[in-house]
Design a protein around this ligand. Sequence first.
Ligand SMILES: Nc1ncnc2c1ncn2[C@@H]1O[C@H](COP(=O)(O)OP(=O)(O)OP(=O)(O)O)[C@@H](O)[C@H]1O
Ligand SMILES: [Mg+2]
Length: 140
Amino acid sequence: MTAKPKAFLLHGFMGTGKTTLAKKLESEHDAVRFTHDEWMNELFGDDPPEELFQEYARRISTVMQKTWTRCLDLGVNVVLDFGLWSRAERDSIRALVARHGGEPMLCHLNCTDDVAWQRIDERNRALGRSLFIAQTPFEC
Ligand SMILES: Nc1ncnc2c1ncn2[C@@H]1O[C@H](COP(=O)(O)OP(=O)(O)OP(=O)(O)O)[C@@H](O)[C@H]1O
Ligand SMILES: [Mg+2]
């Protein structure tokens, strides 16, 4: 029996190191990596308008889902670098992975808000393919 393709689900708040780990997993497991923020950056820039962000995010998720589920159908490992903040979202993705014959591997990342903000503040200065993140979410 062939092993099920793995779907690594990266779960954690902003700046906890999800994309950093996603890149490691991608190379260690010959996986296709789906980093939502990179697609947003490529398509709509590093600081898309707030009023359009949700709609852009929805469109990206739709195209991404068609692609990563097809990867699983073909037996290819995937890394889903989405944040997956809510339990409902994690449950729904896990169910979808299973429907496409994959094995969900949940990876939870965590660090203090101070450390996360320091990392993001530094990353904001040289964004590359990341998105700009304001300090506001860390002040709530
Ligand atoms: N373990 C670590 N130690 C030190 N710096 C780290 C560590 N992990 C990640 N970083 C750095 O912190 C910054 C944020 O990491 P990363 O982009 O991987 O986080 P993220 O969880 O993907 O963030 P986001 O939620 O914004 O997508 C990056 O500049 C990265 O190089
Ligand atoms: Mg990231």
